[in-house]
Design a protein around this ligand. Structure first.
Ligand SMILES: Cc1cc2nc3c(=O)[nH]c(=O)nc-3n(C[C@H](O)[C@H](O)[C@H](O)COP(=O)(O)OP(=O)(O)OC[C@H]3O[C@@H](n4cnc5c(N)ncnc54)[C@H](O)[C@@H]3O)c2cc1C
Length: 407
């Protein structure tokens, strides 16, 4: 990590010519999150020159546990960071549903579900994942913290970029890996309103002071339309608030005071340990609070600018955002490796391959949301007493099938 540094001038604007295959590209990535750090690694690995610009003054540390699944396990394996991820993995044993008085309603054996259904998946704190992905490319890519793109202007052979703080510079390609509220998308593709759709829910997380909670059990309280959860995480427990709510017109994802008021208004009086969680909200200097949203951009590439991760195709919260960010970054780097001199063709191949994964997850978003945050008492009963029992039954069947095959 090079801290807050200025970008260097990179030769006179307009002097860039077409690259020939195998030639080194000069790429700017906006956002040092999961997608940005993974792409930085793979582009550096292919010999390209990479600058990553991150608005925060350091790697962001808030956020919930996330899953590294399927294709993302393969990609992180090829990056040689799997062992590190295993070291910091969260080992959740179970998920206990409670009622407003704190009484146990039902329990799901997460450990056995995972080992039979998805044995290779790894759950880690988002901050640990970003730290490890960043470290993998920190010596090769130029990371610039505390700055943001101000303007983008592209022609056939490059993109002129101005920044909030650093001097202007020209790049061969610009990648928007800057999340749900991407500045690259806004500048090069259009306003958020054209691509971002509220999925009907809001979600927030707040870290709690370490306490005597069980360190391997998650607790959930469902009331119609709302869910509050306590996740143990590795060291700092985290409270989750998720609730169905029509789009709040004046909602500002950067306004901490507003977030505190909204949470207070929607979660006061819910019982269990919610008062304690709301006290943590009131005392918090940093919360994660955002609308659960779908991002749909018809074409992820426009000339020499391309979108990645949540910026291109957010499925938010329930939809494997981190797995898709990692898998998409690898797909984009592979496509650019095949045709560095023809980014348009590379972007089309990247979207054709990765878009299929995203579409499946976006379709499942509504279903997942309804299951985790049922809107009615009947829905809660079905989810806790029937759905999870059925899943456990399937898992037991899978385990039995494996045993029989092994004989
Ligand atoms: C701090 C934080 C906490 C999160 N917590 C949760 C959570 O609790 N639950 C959940 O489901 N999802 C959470 N997410 C989102 C989740 O991690 C992503 O959906 C997913 O991992 C996709 O990764 P991504 O790299 O595309 O986007 P992100 O992980 O969102 O990364 C985007 C990066 O771009 C940076 N950025 C944003 N704007 C600019 C700009 N103008 N210029 C430069 N950089 C910019 C951000 O600071 C961030 O580092 C969180 C994201 C962040 C940034």
């Amino acid at each position: 990590m090079r801290g807050v540094v200025s970008l260097k001038e990179d030769g006179p604007a307009g002097s860039v010519r077409q690259k020939t295959p195998g030639e080194r590209l000069n790429v700017l990535i906006s956002g040092a999150g999961i997608a940005g750090c993974t792409l930085a690694y793979w582009l550096c690995h292919s010999g390209h020159s990479v600058t990553v610009i991150e608005r925060s003054r350091g790697l962001r540390s808030s956020g919930s546990p996330v899953d590294v699944r399927g294709p993302a396990v393969d990609v992180t394996g090829r990056m040689n960071v799997l062992a590190e991820l295993q070291d910091v993995r969260i080992r959740l044993r179970g998920m206990t549903f409670v009622d407003a008085a704190g009484g146990k309603v039902a329990r799901v054996d997460i450990e056995s579900l995972r080992s039979s259904m998805v044995p290779k998946d790894i759950e880690v704190a988002r901050a640990d994942l970003v730290r490890i992905l960043h470290a993998a490319s920190a010596n090769d890519a130029d990371y610039v913290f505390g700055d943001s793109i101000r303007t983008l202007s592209q022609d056939d052979v490059g993109v002129d970029v101005t920044f909030e703080k650093s001097p202007p510079r020209r790049f061969d390609l610009v990648v928007g890996a800057d999340g749900l509220h991407s500045i690259v998308r806004r500048l090069a593709f259009g306003p958020d309103s054209a691509f971002l759709a509220h999925a009907g829910l809001y979600a927030a997380t707040v870290p709690l002071v370490p306490s005597a909670v069980s360190d391997d059990e998650m607790f959930l309280l469902n009331v119609p339309g709302k869910m509050v959860a306590l996740h143990p995480r590795a060291s700092t427990p985290l409270a989750y608030f998720v609730f169905w709510h029509p789009e709040i017109p004046e909602f500002d994802y950067t306004n901490l005071d507003q977030h505190k008021l909204i949470l207070e208004k929607n979660f006061t009086g819910l019982g269990w340990r919610v008062p304690e969680f709301l006290a943590a909200v009131r005392a918090a200097c940093d919360l994660y609070f955002d609308s659960v949203a779908r991002v749909r951009v018809p074409d992820w590439g426009r000339g020499r600018i391309v979108l990645l991760g949540d910026a291109a195709s957010c499925v938010s919260l329930f939809g494997d955002g981190s797995t898709l960010a990692i898998a998409g970054a690898y797909e984009l780097s592979k496509a650019l490796e095949e045709s560095p001199s023809d980014p348009g063709a590379a972007f089309t191949r990247y979207q054709a391959a990765h878009g299929k994964r995203v579409a499946a997850k976006q379709k499942a978003l509504g279903l997942m949301a309804a299951r985790l945050v049922p809107k009615t008492s009947t829905g809660i009963w079905l989810s806790t007493r029937i759905f999870w029992k059925a899943v456990a039954g399937v898992a037991a069947g899978v385990r039995l099938g494996r045993k029989l095959r092994a004989k």
